[in-house]
Design a protein around this ligand. Structure first.
Ligand SMILES: Nc1ncnc2c1ncn2[C@@H]1O[C@H](COP(=O)(O)OP(=O)(O)O)[C@@H](O)[C@H]1O
Ligand SMILES: Nc1ccn([C@@H]2O[C@H](COP(=O)(O)O)[C@@H](O)[C@H]2O)c(=O)n1
Length: 259
């Protein structure tokens, strides 16, 4: 399925989601790293190089999901704190671990799932704008704490950690949060110093040791991204050869039975 002769793009072709009536289980990749390290950008590059970025959702064989879609609903008191930048969104308790685990399990079973998007302006899930995940060959799951929860960590077939220095991350986070997430400078810096930085050191950074591949400098590291894309392509090609062989074997044994 993956065209490994094409060095610029290891393009996946839309496959048959079911082989011999069995739904394919996707190759699940976890992408962790500190805030604004470039996790989403790395996922976008991987998708582009696999020839997937421009595809329609139903055709896409590689999809990317954000862990932010699994923040838990806040109580009214927590909402008030969040509006004053006094809620810790970088602590593992801010996430709905069970929902995250159950959703990933369903994705691995090949189910079509719907995931809410996250609204950083209201600090809540947006069920009006859901992302529909159709059965895919490769699923990228990115977030600050995707390797923190052991049960979830164990689901990944490949684990990547985007390692970008903290000055660069803060320099990216400030304009992003002001321009895209409706925050002001004072709120961004207070939240960063009170919660984001200490939680990165306590919960996110220690999970680097679980990564199979550490990507220094994030999306700028084209060599690392090329190697990862090539590896994914090889795995998918091997999976497809095995599935093709199973199909041929099944067809041959049914022909034998008919004679
Ligand atoms: N290599 C890079 N060079 C310059 N800006 C970048 C780079 N990677 C990401 N960014 C910018 O930094 C911000 C955070 O990047 P993003 O990929 O969303 O990080 P994360 O998903 O880790 O929060 C975005 O505004 C993005 O455009
Ligand atoms: N309501 C929220 C929810 C999360 N955050 C911050 O987002 C960061 C995670 O997203 P990245 O794209 O940066 O990985 C995390 O550090 C939270 O502090 C927020 O500010 N408000």
């Amino acid at each position: 399925m993956a065209d490994l002769n094409n060095k610029k793009s290891t393009r996946l072709h839309n496959g048959d989601p079911a082989v011999n009536g069995k739904v394919k289980s996707p190759f699940l990749i976890g992408v962790a790293g500190g805030t604004a390290s470039g996790k989403s950008t790395v996922c976008k590059k991987i998708m582009e190089q696999l020839g997937q970025a421009e595809m329609d959702d139903t055709q896409r064989q590689v999809v990317s999901i954000s862990q932010d879609s699994f923040y838990r609903e806040l109580t009214p008191a927590e909402k008030q704190k969040a509006q004053k930048s006094k809620f810790n969104f970088d602590h593992p308790d801010a996430f709905n671990e069970e929902e995250m685990y159950n959703t990933l399990q369903r994705i691995l079973k090949g189910d079509k799932v719907e995931i809410p998007s996250y609204d950083y302006r209201t600090n809540s899930l947006d069920f009006e704008n859901k992302l529909v995940i159709y059965p895919a060959d490769v699923v990228l799951f990115e977030g600050i704490l995707v390797f923190y929860f052991p049960k979830i960590r164990d689901l990944f077939h490949m684990k990547l950690f985007v390692d970008t220095d903290s000055d660069t991350r803060l320099a990216r986070r400030v304009p992003r949060d002001i321009n895209e997430r409706g925050r002001d400078l004072d709120a961004v810096l207070t939240q960063y110093m009170t919660f984001v930085k200490p939680a990165f050191e306590e919960f996110c950074s220690p999970t680097k040791k679980f990564a199979d591949v550490i990507i220094p400098r994030g999306a700028d590291n084209t060599v690392a991204i090329d190697l990862i894309v090539h590896h994914i392509g090889e795995i998918l090609a091997a999976t497809n050869i095995a599935q093709h062989n199973n199909t041929v074997r099944a067809a041959a044994s049914s022909m034998k039975r008919d004679h």
